[in-house]
Design a binder for this molecule. Structure first.
Ligand SMILES: NC(=O)c1ccc[n+]([C@@H]2O[C@H](COP(=O)([O-])OP(=O)(O)OC[C@H]3O[C@@H](n4cnc5c(N)ncnc54)[C@H](OP(=O)(O)O)[C@@H]3O)[C@@H](O)[C@H]2O)c1
Length: 299
């Protein structure tokens, strides 16, 4: 048995618990889902593409024949869809135990804007996430059963230097690594903001980082680059199962509001999970208020 399989075997059972995962049909989202099913949870795949979601459900049912799997469709690059997702979640699966906000993308075409007129990467990883959390916040205030909201961050967030909304999140022409780093730093700020603001003892806002893990995250690159990068990732980076382990820990084990898990290896690139504390220099308290004001103005 591999180290990560032993680790997963040691995690607590999720029998009778429901876990919702966004971006569940690929990469880390799929790996998180598989561990949850193995641990006895029922799962909801929150995906943007009906065909990919349906195929994913069929494949999972072959691997986990007696499991309970549902699908919610939404797209994180559209505010109305993000709000609808939260509404659907409470209408159909209000009994969920954990919500993993994993969906995200690494790069888009230079200058590409989404339907909201936002750069595609920050529109999805930062603003879409902010919109979901803003709407969730209203719904979670009076909840009296435990719910874990897990944000999927990245070590790339530590490479970001926040220079205000305009320069850091609204510039679709910035180098794509910079756009990604800034968008994931925004995800970390969202986690920090809501974990500090949270006064409901039943609700836990949590953050996990996967390190660098094999997935389909470089799907938008040219073939030659993918060929080299996939080879590199197979040798030096973790499998998606290992990259998913910090999140699976936060779903399964006893946690406190604000807990944050990263891989324990050098530079947090790979390894089994360990607890971490966010450093003050990466926190930009005004950023979330600025994003929220932007989203409200779009209504
Ligand atoms: N892999 C890594 O090394 C790494 C490192 C740090 C952080 N992360 C984070 O981990 C998360 C998952 O990434 P991954 O590596 O597993 O990549 P992936 O294999 O490309 O999976 C990304 C998932 O997000 C979904 N998604 C993308 N845009 C969406 C949108 N607008 N609305 C709804 N869903 C959307 C994708 O759906 P489709 O399949 O339909 O496109 C896919 O299911 C991301 O937040 C990423 O930033 C990954």
């Amino acid at each position: 048995m591999s180290k990560v399989d032993k680790y997963i075997a040691s995690l607590s059972s999720l029998e009778g618990k429901k876990v919702v995962v966004t971006g569940a049909n690929s990469g880390l989202g799929l790996a998180i889902v598989k561990t949850c099913l193995l641990k006895g949870a029922s799962v909801v795949l929150a995906c943007r593409n009906p065909q990919r979601a349906g195929k994913c459900k069929q494949d999972l049912l072959k691997e986990f024949p007696n499991s309970n799997i549902d699908i919610i469709l939404y797209s994180q690059d559209k505010f109305s869809s993000c709000r609808q997702f939260v509404d659907d979640l409470f209408i159909k699966h209000g009994d969920f135990y954990a919500l993993v906000l994993n969906a995200g993308l690494f790069n888009a075409k230079k200058g590409e804007l989404n339907v909201e007129g936002l750069p595609t990467v920050s529109g999805t990883n930062a603003f879409g996430l902010a919109c979901i959390l803003m709407h969730l916040d209203e719904k979670l205030k009076d909840i009296e059963s435990e719910k874990r909201i897990i944000i999927h961050g990245s070590l790339a967030s530590r490479l970001s230097k926040y220079k205000g909304l305009e320069k850091s999140l609204l510039n679709a022409k910035a180098f794509h690594f910079t756009q990604y780093n800034n968008s994931k730093n925004a995800a970390h700020n969202l986690y920090y903001y809501y974990s500090i603001k949270n006064e409901n003892p039943y609700i836990k806002y949590l953050l996990s980082e996967p390190g660098i893990a094999q997935s389909n995250i470089i799907r938008n690159y040219p073939k030659w680059f993918k060929w080299i990068a996939v080879g590199f990732m197979k040798i030096f980076c973790s499998t998606s199962k290992e990259g998913a382990a910090p999140t699976n820990y936060l779903i399964s084990e006893k946690v406190a509001n604000g807990d944050y898990m990263i891989p324990r290896g050098p530079w947090a690139i790979r390894g089994l999970p360990k607890k971490y504390v966010m450093k003050e220099k990466y926190i930009h308290p005004s950023q979330v208020e600025e994003m929220n004001a932007f989203i409200r103005n779009k209504k």
